[in-house]
Design a protein around this ligand. Structure first.
Ligand code: EPZ
Length: 411
């Protein structure tokens, strides 16, 4: 594969930003560079179901939340996508109440929301769990600012508490906050709405509550996980791939690992160029996922796929989620030599993968199986492409444009 591929707006920034648009009691928000993803559509439907006017024009989404008529998003939407749970903070902050279905687990782990609820309670809210939902009630006079320490730097909990704090009375300090770039992007949008959020991207976020927020225009940051997926593909099956619109600062941990594996990478103001490793075989690596800025769990499956053909023995340790190695069994069907010990996958590089019919179990595993299919000898059929549609805007079309022999067969 060679040529240019453009990265779309970040899914994991757009989702909380659409939730945050509910905080605006006047004016319209214009959100630019919104990717065409299933998960984005679910969040747009969730926000619209609460009474907001939501319109998409190409990559721009307009939201007007002046007149909402509910504080209870449809349970089936929240259960379909865990990220919808972050509408709780905005609703609780603006209306003093919210009833949100507890998101189901998903196949990468139980996915609890105890830290979100603990944060709301610290701000004076009561939380009652009944019929699979949590009913949240702010105290008389509304939420009060609080000092909150997160046991885990949870991305979602940081987002929900940050948004709840925007209209609370007084100062909220979130310690051990998640530092992901998507949270910084959310904070930037909130501040354009009139919020007073400081320190996003560091361990400690401070939010000074204000009276009211208004709609704002915002350009979403590029998707660093989509960018990383193409960088890994470019390293193992590319011949000079330029990932346009990628922000190298957001994927430093991946760049460091790929360079350690013998891959030459150059970044410029508009994107990142990646050359293939020697004979397109990565040198063996030890990778350990953790919270940002460490190596991201959302790029774990993809690097495991890339390392199946590496020189030597590699290890990949998943510390964020309990059960995020389901792609391993699928890769083994393609001839990969991997075994799992606890939270670590040990990968013996093989000469060649062979094509097979495999099944995606989550969106990142799906991308990993596509990379493996591009590496393999023969044809690979990846089932469960609806998982891929959740997180990748036109993956097949973008890979075809790079010269990959890939096509979508309606299943
Ligand atoms: C976000 O999920 C991302 N999703 C995930 O990306 C990403 O894998 C994850 O962060 C970690 O980076 C979105 O942004 C929409 P967490 P989130 O809360 O917020 C535990 C993808 O592929 N935890 O940071 O749900 C939890 O069980 C998706 O795009 C609690 O124990 O992740 C997990 O082990 C997959 N209690 C760890 O923290 C809580 O209250 C990290 O979860 C919350 C989380």
């Amino acid at each position: 594969m060679k040529g240019r591929v453009r990265v779309s707006g970040a899914k994991n920034a757009v989702l909380p930003i659409l939730a945050a648009s509910l905080l605006a009691s006047r004016g319209t928000s214009h959100i630019e560079d919104v990717p065409a993803l299933l998960d984005v559509q679910i969040m747009m439907d969730t926000v619209a179901a609460l009474g907001a006017v939501v319109e998409r024009h190409g990559a721009t989404v307009r939201v007007n939340a002046e007149r909402l008529h509910s504080v209870e998003p449809p349970a089936e939407l929240v259960r379909r996508m865990r990220a919808s749970f972050v509408v709780a903070g905005p609703l609780l902050s603006r209306f003093g109440e919210a009833t949100v279905a507890l998101p189901g687990g998903c196949n990468i782990g139980p996915r609890p929301v105890d830290l979100h609820i603990k944060g709301f309670e610290a701000m004076g809210a009561t939380a009652v769990i009944e019929n699979g939902a949590v009913r949240l009630q702010a105290p008389p006079g509304g939420l009060r600012g609080a000092r909150i320490y997160l046991d885990i730097p949870s991305v979602g909990a940081t987002q929900n508490i940050m948004m709840a704090a925007c209209l609370a009375k007084g100062l909220t300090v979130i310690e051990n906050a998640a530092k992901e770039p998507e949270n910084v992007d959310l904070a930037n949008y909130l501040n354009k709405m009139g919020a007073r959020v400081r320190g996003a991207g560091t361990d400690t976020i401070r939010v000074e509550g204000v009276e009211e927020l208004h709609g704002a225009a915002h350009n979403v940051i590029p998707d660093r996980i989509e960018a990383g997926t193409y960088l890994i593909a470019g390293a193992v099956v590319g011949d000079g791939v330029y990932v346009e619109n990628a922000v190298s600062q957001h994927v430093m941990s991946l760049i460091a690992k790929l360079e350690e594996a013998g891959v030459h990478i150059e970044d410029d103001v508009a994107g990142i160029r990646v050359w293939p490793a020697e004979q397109r075989r990565l040198r063996a690596l030890d990778v350990k996922t953790n919270f940002y800025p460490a190596y991201p769990t959302d790029l774990q499956a993809q690097i495991v796929a890339g390392l199946t053909h590496s020189l030597g023995t590699s290890t990949v340790t998943e510390t964020v989620f309990e059960n995020r190695f389901m792609h391993v069994a699928e890769l083994q069907r393609m001839g990969a030599e991997i075994h799992i010990e606890g939270r670590t996958a040990i990968i013996e590089g093989v000469e060649q993968l062979s094509g097979a019919q495999v099944t995606a179990t989550d969106l990142r595993a799906g991308a990993a199986l596509v990379i493996a299919g591009l590496m393999a000898d023969g044809v690979t059929e990846v089932l469960g492409v609806h998982h891929i549609d959740r997180g990748y805007d036109n993956l097949v079309g973008k890979l075809q444009a790079l010269g990959a022999d890939i096509r979508r067969v309606e299943d």
